[in-house]
Design a protein around this ligand. Structure first.
Ligand code: AOF
Ligand code: ZN
Length: 376
């Protein structure tokens, strides 16, 4: 029985609703798909009671299979005449499986609603073209910004050959991030801590300077129940290989990787000892008395890192900011004050640096959270 087609504004609304659901689904494997973006796909049929989801898929852990064949498999024959919601333009290249665009054609979907287009030269524009050529109605750019936000790492690595860099800071109400010589100071609460661990689970790598590594001896892993295996690669900027062998990070370097950026002339014995503990060394170049950060980021992208969180300390974060290498700022502000002896944050909660726009605000218990992204 043919179903009545909803009027166009009602249909736009339905499209946005299902695309929002596909974007939420795509978040599930964020940080787990290697250099592939985590894509969400929903297959939706118009039934007499309204539209219903008959298939769903998210890019598998490791990057394959892609989202579309999984969703189509679940939908089976019910994909015929249905609408597919895809958060990324369906691929047009032959990988381990035929192109997803062809799979959608073969399955007989009537419409494809897409969010972002794919910068991958094997796909860009070609995926949508395959669909249109087969007579499928294609709507592009639905909630594109929301989908691109979750794929920012993939998009950045594809277009600029470097990871997307997020600076994460926990700041007191009076704009301080700690007390010199005291080590870790409690600034934010338990809910914020969990949010930070979730950020870690979704990121490929996390980076700190050696000063913070020595002062805090952090683990930088994700310790949320059930997500322990999702910890990011831990990177330390450590020109003179000062990271101790008994640092918590080093002790578990075989389970969760630790990469050190050291100066070319660093102590060979220390390097060998750290390597013996499972630490890997990055090839780095010096610039202005520090590391050449753009080159370091390029190297990380070449190693498959698409998203990087820079967690501190102040000096390291300031260098990323000053070199205009920060794409996103995640700012957690606690309720207490540290006072004038405290170390000033490179970003003040009441005075965000120029060039960023506020995209999200939340309250986590007594803390406030704001997220800023680089202006286009
Ligand atoms: C899709 N659906 O779920 C994803 C896509 O190494 P391969 O063969 O898996 O190809 C990687 C490319 O596939 C990647 O650069 C991007 O263009 C696309 N990712 N495409 O149709 C998906 N993850
Ligand atoms: Zn594909």
């Amino acid at each position: 029985m043919a179903m009545a087609t909803p009027a166009s504004s009602a249909r736009d609304e339905i499209d946005r609703r299902f695309m929002a659901a596909a974007i939420r689904l795509s978040r599930r494997h964020l940080g787990l798909t290697g250099t592939n973006p985590s894509v969400g796909t929903l297959i939706v049929r118009e039934e007499s009671g309204g539209p219903i989801i008959v298939g769903s898929g998210v890019t598998a852990v490791g990057g394959r299979p892609h989202a579309e064949p999984q969703a189509l498999y679940e939908a089976g024959e019910r994909a015929r005449g249905a609408t597919a919601y895809v958060t990324l333009e369906p691929c047009a290249h032959h990988g381990r499986t035929p192109p997803c665009a062809e799979a959608l054609v073969t399955a007989g979907v009537a419409r494809v609603v897409g969010a972002t287009s794919d910068p991958d030269p094997r796909v860009s524009g070609k995926g949508y073209a395959i669909l249109r050529k087969a007579g499928i109605e294609v709507v592009e750019g639905v909630l594109a910004e929301g989908a691109a936000d979750l794929m920012a790492g993939y998009l950045m690595r594809s277009s600029r050959k470097r990871p997307e860099v997020t600076v994460k800071l926990a700041v007191s109400r009076d704009g301080r991030i700690g007390i010199p010589g005291v080590g870790q100071v409690v600034i934010t609460g338990e809910i914020s801590r969990r949010q930070v661990h979730l950020m870690r689970a979704e990121a490929d790598a996390i980076l700190i300077g050696i000063g913070t590594a020595l002062a805090d001896d952090p683990e930088l892993t994700c310790r949320l129940p059930g997500l322990e295996a999702h910890s990011p690669v831990r990177i330390v900027l450590d020109a003179h290989t000062r990271l101790p062998l008994d640092a918590k990070m080093v002790r578990h370097a075989r389970e969760v990787p630790v990469w050190i950026a050291a100066a070319a002339g660093c102590d060979r014995n220390r390097r060998a000892a750290l390597e013996g503990a499972g630490v890997q060394f990055l090839a780095t170049e010096a610039a202005n008395g520090g590391f050449a950060l753009p080159e370091l980021l390029e190297d990380l992208a070449a190693r498959g890192i698409s998203t990087l969180i820079a967690e501190g300390g102040a000096e390291t974060v300031r260098r990323f900011l000053d070199e205009d290498l920060v794409d996103r700022v995640a700012l957690f502000v606690g309720p207490g004050e540290i006072g004038p002896q405290g170390l000033l944050s490179p970003i003040r909660p009441d005075r965000m640096r120029e060039g960023f726009r506020l995209t999200r605000e939340a309250r986590y218990g007594e803390d406030s959270y704001s997220e800023w992204v680089r202006k286009a």
